[in-house]
Design a protein around this ligand. Structure first.
Ligand SMILES: Cc1ncc(COP(=O)(O)O)c(C=O)c1O
Length: 385
């Protein structure tokens, strides 16, 4: 550790702040499902119904990141020793305001996966009520009294189920269990107030639904855990405050973090959560109903209160050319992309292939109708003798 700088002489502060992004024409009046698509780089002619996997970065946010990268390349020492920390803190403040917590309790990490995995509980479908989930957790804690940490998905990944988060966090605490929330899909789609939630740790991926560049996740750590939580890699600022330790986890690209502030600004400028999620969830409901009817398919059996605002899951019929395996799901996904120019997630859940659609401001109902037509064609072709 001798050769490591201790940070006191570093972090002197930026002399120049990168210019704000070009927001001309971006405001609440921008037409969802229409003009707004031009704000993204998504390939023309491609139907992109899988925002949930990797997000999509608006052009103006990409532009800000490029400015930061230019600045870093012009003077790497100025960037790492002085300027980046100021920018990073500005983004940290914007993220903490958005997530309703103290600035010092929130740091950036590359993604949600950088969180910890200690136990996973198997959730089976159908689910009839939120109570059922809480009872499963409670049974687990009662039969495993040594449980120390629980990881709770705010929204599950392939199945897109919204968990009764506050109830589960409170339950953990009743049993003396530390509550760690995997909020990968929750940030930007559900109104999360970290102070009220009371989780010990909360991680999320801003690059999914908040339009930041990829590689921009967050980690909230309740004050009482600051003393022992550390980055996965011990680096330059070992032993300093939580935010300094996470600011410089060795030499890495921090521009996704410094750019985050502007991605939040984009999100607010186009209408904020009420408008964005209002649009996406109406579209999800309409698209879900349409596809179910067209394919005469089964929805995933969950109560309405547990449906994700921006994703829906539909069981696909078992088809001979797509075995219900990981390979089958990849083949189905690839065919949808190559034959029809449609990106949608095909997931393996409880031994059957399922379609997972995402809805975002740039999507339209026409796109889901086209998806339903193409799926019907795949199904009918496959059933021909
Ligand atoms: C619940 C959950 N956790 C973690 C992840 C992984 O996110 P990331 O790749 O940003 O780490 C996902 C991705 O879809 C997810 O749904």
């Amino acid at each position: 550790m001798k050769s490591f700088q201790r940070g006191h002489e570093w972090l002197a502060g930026a002399e120049t702040i990168a210019s704000p992004m070009d927001l001309e024409g971006i405001n609440e009046a921008v037409e969802y499902g229409g003009r707004i698509r031009e704000e993204f780089s998504l390939q023309k002619g491609e139907i992109f119904l899988n925002h949930g996997s990797f997000g999509a970065v608006p052009k103006c946010v990409q532009q800000v990141q490029r400015r930061y990268l230019d600045e870093m390349e012009r003077h790497p020492d100025d960037w790492y020793r002085r300027n980046a920390y100021t920018y990073w803190q500005e983004s940290q403040k914007a993220a903490a305001d958005f997530m309703h917590c103290e600035q010092e309790d929130l740091v950036f990490v590359e993604n949600t996966t950088a969180g910890v995995h200690t136990f996973e509980m198997e959730i089976q479908f159908p689910i009839f009520s939120e109570d059922e989930i809480c009872e499963k957790y409670e049974d687990f804690f009662q039969s495993n009294p040594n449980t120390k940490i629980a990881i709770i998905d705010a929204i599950t990944s392939p199945s897109a189920v919204v968990m009764p988060l506050k109830r589960l966090v409170d339950l953990c605490h009743r049993y003396g269990v530390m509550a760690v929330v995997d909020g990968a899909h929750a940030v930007g789609t559900l109104p999360v107030n970290l102070t009220e939630l009371g989780a010990d740790v909360f991680t999320g991926s801003f690059h999914k639904w908040l339009f930041t560049p990829r590689g921009c996740g967050m980690l909230y750590v309740k004050q009482e855990h600051h003393t022992w939580v550390r980055p996965l890699v011990t680096s330059w600022f070992h032993g300093l405050s939580l935010d300094k330790q996470f600011f410089l986890v060795a030499t890495a690209d921090q521009t996704p973090f410094t750019t985050a502030k502007y991605a939040f600004e984009f999100y607010q400028r186009i209408g904020g959560m009420d408008k964005i999620i209002g649009y996406a969830s109406s579209l999800a409901t309409e698209a879900h109903e349409y596809i179910l009817k067209k394919l005469q398919a089964e929805p995933l059996q969950i109560p309405q209160s547990m449906e994700s605002p921006t994703m829906r899951v539909i069981r696909l019929p078992d088809l001979p050319q797509y075995p219900c395996t990981r390979e089958g799901s990849i083949a189905f996904h690839t065919d949808m992309r190559n034959k029809y120019n449609i990106q949608c997630a095909i997931e393996l859940i409880q031994g059957h292939l399922h379609l997972r659609i995402s809805t975002q401001v740039y999507n339209t109902m026409e796109e889901y109708k086209r998806l339903a037509d193409c799926l019907l064609e795949v199904i009918q072709t496959s059933r021909k003798p």
